[in-house]
Design a protein around this ligand. Structure first.
Ligand code: DP6
Length: 313
């Protein structure tokens, strides 16, 4: 009655921002992501006298963890649990720790109690906690779309081994959590209906670009989805401004690299870190360029990796 599961964060190339008016944390738009092979959440669950959750060694009362366990208990007979979750990277700084966290949690509970869930069911339960977590159940290129809203693998990580360079510009927790920001955008941004209406086209085109390994097309669509999401954030009231000066400097640097012929594009989530996605042959140039940008504190380099897994399996 104890299991250890691990999961990596994923980075959306076609972004999820906004929820459907339906129960179960259903996104309003489809999304497409890549799962990383570095940055790991390790989650240990074991039977205990009462539910206790520890995050990075400290007791936490994150209501999303309690809600996730409630959802699991609606389907399965699960005793009180001790949950210990550790990230080897900064929590809640736009590095998708909730994605890897909930994918690892559901996978660990499944393994500890022999529940024999399908990957789709783990993805559904992870989505109910945090929709991006649905995608970290799978590796490589992953989609999350209607009508099932369980993630599905699109292309294996070995089939198109892109590289990801994360420029960390600030490690403080983000000011406005994603869920609150999404509600604010839906309620106040005049651009929200256009965002929802145009997401399907971006998603379908990007899925085709991945299957065709068309880097230039994927670069164009991913930067468009990212900048459109940040336009939506900026046009919310009060405006959601997740970038700092170094974030913007990195975006200009990446655009300049691409103009110089390097195969690289950027994406940014609800935080100030910049993720540069490139072909392997451009990795050195991207690392050199971003390490010279003022305000970049650290570079994390990753490939594409597997979905959530159980230790010893
Ligand atoms: C900007 O999955 O954190 O990273 O479902 O409310 O937990 P909740 O939101 P979350 O939002 C992720 C937003 C994003 C884009 C993305 O990952 O698609």
């Amino acid at each position: 009655m104890r299991a250890v599961a691990r999961a990596h964060p994923n980075i959306a190339l076609i972004k999820y921002w906004g929820k459907a008016p339906a129960p179960g944390n259903v996104p309003a738009v489809p999304s497409l992501s890549i799962t990383l092979d570095t940055l790991t959440t390790t989650t240990t669950v074991s039977e205990s006298g009462a539910d206790v959750f520890r995050l990075d060694g400290r007791q936490s009362d994150d209501p999303r963890v309690a809600a996730c366990l409630d959802n699991l208990r609606r389907r399965y007979d699960i005793p009180p649990l001790s949950v210990q979750s550790d990230n080897d990277f900064p929590t809640a700084a736009g590095l998708a720790s909730s994605a890897s966290g909930f994918a690892a949690l559901v996978t660990a509970v499944d393994a500890a109690f022999g529940l024999r869930m399908t990957p789709a069911e783990r993805s559904e339960l992870a989505r109910q906690a945090s929709a991006s977590a649905a995608r970290s159940v799978f590796g490589g290129f992953v989609t999350l779309e209607a009508p099932a809203w369980t993630a599905e693998p699109l292309l294996d990580e070995a089939e198109w081994p892109l590289r990801v360079i994360i420029a960390v510009t600030d490690t403080a927790s983000k000011a406005v959590p994603s869920s609150d920001g999404m509600r604010r955008s839906a309620a106040t941004s005049p651009f929200y209906p256009a965002w929802v209406d145009s997401a399907g086209d971006d998603f379908r085109s990007a899925s085709s670009a991945v299957l065709a390994r068309d880097f230039a097309m994927l670069a164009d669509l991913a930067e468009h989805s990212c900048l459109k999401m940040h336009g939506l954030m900026l046009s919310s009231r009060p405006g959601l401004l997740y970038w700092n000066a170094a974030t913007l400097a990195c975006l200009h640097r990446i655009r300049a690299l691409r103009a110089d012929g390097e195969a690289v594009f950027f994406t940014v989530d609800a935080g100030p870190q910049v993720k540069a996605v490139c072909l392997p042959e451009s990795e050195g140039a991207v690392v050199d360029a971003l390490s010279g940008v003022s305000g970049v504190r650290q570079l994390l380099v990753s490939g594409l990796g597997p979905g959530a897994w159980v230790d010893g399996s």
